[in-house]
Design a protein around this ligand. Structure first.
Ligand code: NAD
Length: 350
């Protein structure tokens, strides 16, 4: 299978494959770009149908990390790893240690963290054999009651970004009585709902899981709607905080809010939907910019963690989005494309 000419290759610095017969580990580590600093990215474990699928995923995800770190103002590069297998059936501590040894063998070119299919406990297992782990809450963090869960930081970052979008599009700084429709009120969506409620916003929410909706009704006076109606609510802002590809050929024509600002990854079903949103007069806060709170939080985890320092960094998500919105207007571009350009200017220039 071609790697250097793979459509997702995009000048990757390193793609490493490893098989450990004893534990059954089959893994790939990809480092896209380390111009801005060491490459950090999560380890995804997934029962990929083919090796080709796993390669495509790791290349796409590690490239995405370079862009995300650059726009999050972090001195960090982009990397990612995948383990081919079903996390519920195939994962063993032995396999996690073998993964740790694989990371160690790259001598710091890639720092590993959790992602879907791997947990904090798995990363702790790996940390027994490699120094190159990121985002692990240490003993002091645990004593302070922090778990290493990045959701609070992600939710705060989305709140900051949403305010920047409201200021740009609606010319207002306060959120009193602003109507926000939130899709998915899990770890991030629920915390975002709390920030918005405290700022005086009105909420309409939906979720697959009924108790998640109920706590928003009880605690924030939210109104609930069906899952396939949330994007078409007559609100000022749509905040997707559940699943990817929610901005697609079906939902975009039905979208009533003129602002999209939410935490979900990969919100655009296809890259062309970026321009489609612009053409319809919708201000889209690029997902990887507004939801960068998690990697910002992880960056500080290994250091002397101070929430005030993290919060100041998270506040800069608003500044970055403002730059993107203003430039998109000046250059008549779509916000997603402008974000990519800005990221490239930062990590390619070094
Ligand atoms: P979560 O699983 O805690 O919450 C997602 C919620 O969405 C759940 O309550 C789930 O029931 C609900 N849901 C699933 N499908 C739905 C549907 N079709 N309609 C409505 N609700 C649905 O996940 P999370 O940690 O809150 O993350 C939410 C999104 O933000 C994900 O896309 C995630 O990748 C992204 N994200 C999260 C973080 C983080 O720090 N947790 C960081 C960056 C990006």
């Amino acid at each position: 299978m071609a790697i250097f000419t793979h459509p997702e290759f995009d000048g990757h610095e390193l793609v490493a494959f490893h098989r450990d017969e004893r534990s059954g580990l089959s893994a790939i580590i990809a480092v896209h770009n380390s111009n801005l600093g060491k490459a950090l990215g999560g380890c995804r474990m997934w029962p990929y149908a083919s090796e080709a699928e796993a390669i495509t995923d790791v290349l796409r995800l590690s490239r995405g990390m370079t862009y995300k770190a650059a726009l999050a103002n972090l001195p960090q590069g982009g990397g990612k790893s995948v383990i081919i297998g079903d996390p519920r059936r195939d994962k063993t501590p032995q396999m996690m240690r073998a993964m740790g040894q694989f990371v160690e063998s790259l001598a710091g070119r890639y720092y590993i963290a959790e992602d879907s299919g791997t947990s904090v406990a798995d990363i702790h297992e790996m940390a027994g054999v490699t120094r190159y782990v990121g985002g692990l809450a240490d003993a002091r963090a645990q004593a302070e009651g922090r778990t290493g869960d990045p959701s609070p930081a992600t939710a705060y970052g989305v709140f900051v970004g949403l305010k920047a979008a409201v200021r740009h599009r609606l010319g207002r700084d306060d959120l009193a009585d602003l109507h926000v429709a939130i899709q998915g009120v899990g770890n991030v969506g629920y915390r975002l709902a709390r920030h918005l409620h405290e700022a005086g916003a009105r909420l309409t929410v939906t979720d697959l899981h009924a108790p998640h909706v109920q706590r928003c009704i009880d605690e924030f006076g939210a109104v609930s709607v069906g899952m396939d109606e949330i994007h078409a609510v007559d609100a000022e802002v749509f905040a997707p905080c559940a699943l990817g590809a929610i901005l697609n050929d079906t939902t975009i024509p039905q979208l009533r809010p003129r602002i999209v600002a939410g935490a979900a990854n990969n919100q655009l079903a296809r890259p062309a939907h970026d321009a489609e949103l612009k053409a319809r007069g919708v201000l889209y806060a690029p997902d990887y910019v507004i939801n960068a709170g998690g990697i910002i939080d992880i960056y500080y985890e290994g250091e002397a963690y101070r929430w005030d320092t993290v919060r100041q960094h998270l506040d800069r998500i608003g500044d970055t989005l403002r730059t993107i919105f203003e430039r998109a207007e000046l250059e008549s571009g779509a916000t997603g494309a402008i974000a990519d350009l800005l990221a490239e200017e930062r990590f390619k220039r070094v």
